[in-house]
Design a protein around this ligand. Structure first.
Ligand SMILES: [Zn+2]
Length: 216
């Protein structure tokens, strides 16, 4: 649920505007960032299976460290704890923990029943991705709400703050809505590279334009 995760990070600015949007984005996407890195070493695995769900042509066959509720709990405590030690702001730290845990909840909604609770199951998944229309409706609405909230609680300091934000939303929207209609990646190596690049562009671009915006 890529744009769903992005939406939670955007909306978190309303709860506490102090942390950079890049930090919120890192927390909301942390499970996917870790997954993309663990794929490189083969510690977690995915296979390309066109048509596995209507939205994504992958079987996420083994990803207990990055995507279990247990892993999310540990990661949330580590990231939220690290932020608390750095800034001593409990509200921000709790928001970060909530974003990390929120990733797990949203993935349970969208994935097939492959999202683990513990390291070896049980596995949950409501299968929203089986329907492109339902996915676009639910995830698209979440994304729109996130954009709306962020645009209301921040304002651009200048042209960069406005257009870098608009460009970010445009690129993510295009990648998201075109995604299910494109060809699956030709190999797992391409998938791994694409995942890693997509994760870091999502985080770093958000961090960049957020510097050129200020709270309303
Ligand atoms: Zn995920």
């Amino acid at each position: 649920m890529v744009v769903g995760h992005v939406a939670t990070a955007l909306a978190a600015k309303k709860i506490d505007h102090r942390p950079s949007l890049g930090i919120y984005m890192f927390a909301a996407c942390f499970a996917d960032i870790l997954f993309s890195i663990l794929l490189i070493g083969g510690f977690e695995t995915a296979e390309i299976v066109p048509g596995h769900t209507a939205m994504v042509p992958f079987v996420l066959s083994n990803y207990p460290y990055s995507h279990s509720l247990l892993g999310a709990g540990i990661a949330g405590i580590l990231l939220g704890g690290a932020y608390w030690f750095w800034r001593r702001r409990l509200r921000s730290a709790i928001t970060i923990v909530a974003l990390v845990l929120g990733h797990w909840v949203l993935d349970v909604v969208s994935h097939s029943p492959d999202v683990p609770v513990g390291l070896s199951g049980p596995y949950l998944g409501l299968g929203l991705w089986n329907s492109i229309a339902a996915t676009f409706a639910v995830e698209g609405l979440l994304f729109a709400i996130g954009i709306f909230i962020y645009a209301r609680v921040t304002k651009p300091k200048g042209r960069i703050g406005r257009w870098a934000f608009v460009g970010y939303i445009g690129l993510l929207s295009f990648a998201y809505f075109a995604g299910p209609f494109g060809d699956p990646p030709p190999s797992i190596t391409v998938l791994i590279i694409a995942n890693n690049v997509a994760c870091w562009v999502t985080v770093l671009w958000a961090a960049a334009f957020d510097r050129y915006r200020e709270p309303v």
